[in-house]
Design a protein around this ligand. Structure first.
Ligand SMILES: O=C[C@H](O)COP(=O)(O)O
Ligand SMILES: CC(=O)C(=O)O
Length: 235
């Protein structure tokens, strides 16, 4: 239910749908060393994953977003956006979308004011319904594996079929297939394409390979979730 005082005009903008349909996987990145930001983004985009989420969990995150935003072909978003201040900082740094593990009305209102597309998180039918009330039809499902995985999303697809999801949390190259086969999954998010040790060791070629494998998950994506769908979303 929209509480008194909360604005009513938030919604999932068409651009957020388009981002989620650009590639089957959005890498979720936590950057500790700023020197890794650009080569990491280059490796991921070269492997076929152009939409990246940098979590605001490290002191380097905002500067990393600014640097990665300038890498050709990359669309950069901020993750772990928990409150209006996080949203404003991410927007100022150059993030073109925001991702949150949950959702609050102040965060939704702030992103709406900034014109910053938001992918809000939900993990239960009630949370999904509250976001539908705020106008959203595309959400993060977090923590995906721990909250019932693909089976839970399949069940939500019955009563809440108007909503599409980007499940994130505990997803691997293997389990991603089960999610992407569902008609209500737009894409999945995950850190497996940029493992911490591989980033620390600057093994960019291997990360590009992981991204390339993840891109191939496109082949098992549900037909309604292919690149054709976003054309109708953006009308
Ligand atoms: O906190 C979780 C991140 O959003 C991504 O989850 P993951 O590391 O399990 O892929
Ligand atoms: C986990 C998550 O949803 C985030 O960091 O944005």
């Amino acid at each position: 239910m929209t509480p008194p005082g909360a604005k009513n005009n938030a919604r999932t903008p068409p651009s957020m749908h388009m981002l989620c349909h650009q590639a089957p996987v959005i890498p979720v990145l936590t950057i500790t060393d700023l020197a890794h930001a650009v080569p990491l983004a280059e490796a991921l985009v070269a492997g076929g994953l152009p939409v990246l989420e940098v979590t605001l969990r490290t002191p380097a995150a905002l500067q990393a977003i600014s640097l990665m935003a300038r890498v050709p072909g990359v669309t950069i978003g901020a993750g772990t956006v928990l409150n209006p201040n996080n949203a404003r900082e991410a927007h100022r740094a150059g993030a073109t979308f925001a991702v949150s593990p949950g959702a609050t009305h102040p965060l939704i209102d702030c992103c709406e004011d900034l014109g910053l597309p938001l992918l809000p998180g939900a993990a239960s039918a009630t949370e999904i319904m509250q976001l539908i009330d705020r106008g959203f039809d595309l959400m993060k499902f977090f923590p995906a594996a721990a909250t019932g995985g693909a089976a839970a999303l399949q069940s939500f697809g019955g009563p809440l079929s108007q909503v599409h999801f980007c499940p994130t949390g505990g997803i691997s190259q293997d389990s991603a297939k089960d999610y992407l086969a569902l008609p209500n999954v737009a894409c999945v998010g995950g850190s497996w394409v940029a493992p911490t040790k591989m980033v620390q060791d600057e093994r960019w070629g291997e990360i590009r390979q992981l991204a390339h494998l993840a891109r191939q998950l496109e082949n098992g994506r549900h037909r309604a979730n292919g690149t054709d769908r976003h054309k109708s979303d953006s009308k």
